[in-house]
Design a protein around this ligand. Structure first.
Ligand code: F6R
Ligand code: ZN
Length: 194
């Protein structure tokens, strides 16, 4: 049976997808991901802030289908580390993804299971290609503006969050004297220690 073509409307002014609900990710779901645990606890005690919102136009998990949507990642820091998405590998590792940055300023931190890494800039108009096998995490490096981006990936890819929760990303993005800096993550577990 053929699927029916359809269109949806991505409202870039209001930062939403019309007629769809968003899901939100709060600070409390990021325990262990920011390096400065004391800063994390102190911030959480004051406010379990919404870090980002995701509108997903989800398609059936079948070969050939594509899911797509919009992420709005708010500005902020935990200690010196910029707000970021949780980050994941796709459960079917051999699946890629395309991201298109609509507004804001940030970067995408990527990594393979073998520990290769890459950081791509995300500024309005940037299209970032995430090849198969690369975990990906978006980071908002603006002090004031949301980072807003569209993405599309195979609907049957699935998400593996557990690997990143355990091993972290090799690189983290921090502010050093006001300069956006990519540093080694001291908590990263290299492949031979997992
Ligand atoms: C889907 C994808 C994006 C992210 C979204 C939130 O495969 O990469 O839609 O899911 O930007 O990030 P996570 O899923 O890491 O919380
Ligand atoms: Zn993904």
């Amino acid at each position: 049976m053929n699927a029916e073509p359809f269109a949806y409307f991505l409202n870039t002014t209001q930062r939403r997808i019309e007629e769809h609900e968003s899901t939100i990710r709060r600070l409390s779901s990021m325990r262990g991901q920011y390096h400065d645990a004391a800063a994390f606890d102190a911030q959480l005690a004051v406010d379990d802030a919404v870090l980002y919102e995701v509108y997903m136009v989800e398609r059936p998990a079948e070969d050939g289908e594509l899911s797509s949507g919009l992420t709005i990642l708010h500005p902020g820091k935990v200690g010196d580390e910029y707000f970021m998405t949780k980050g994941h590998f796709h459960a079917i590792l051999e699946t890629g993804e395309v991201y298109y940055c609509l507004s804001g300023r940030g970067c995408m931190v990527m990594e393979t299971p073998e520990g290769e890494w890459h950081v791509a800039q995300m500024t309005p108009g940037a299209v970032v290609y995430v090849p198969p096998r690369w975990a990906h995490r978006s980071v908002n490096t603006s002090d004031a503006d949301d980072l807003v981006f569209f993405w599309v990936f195979p609907a049957n890819a699935g998400h593996d969050y557990g690997s990143i929760e355990r091993q972290g990303f090799r690189k983290r993005v921090v502010s050093r004297d006001g300069v956006v800096t990519v540093e080694d993550n001291p908590r990263w577990l290299p492949p031979d220690e997992r």
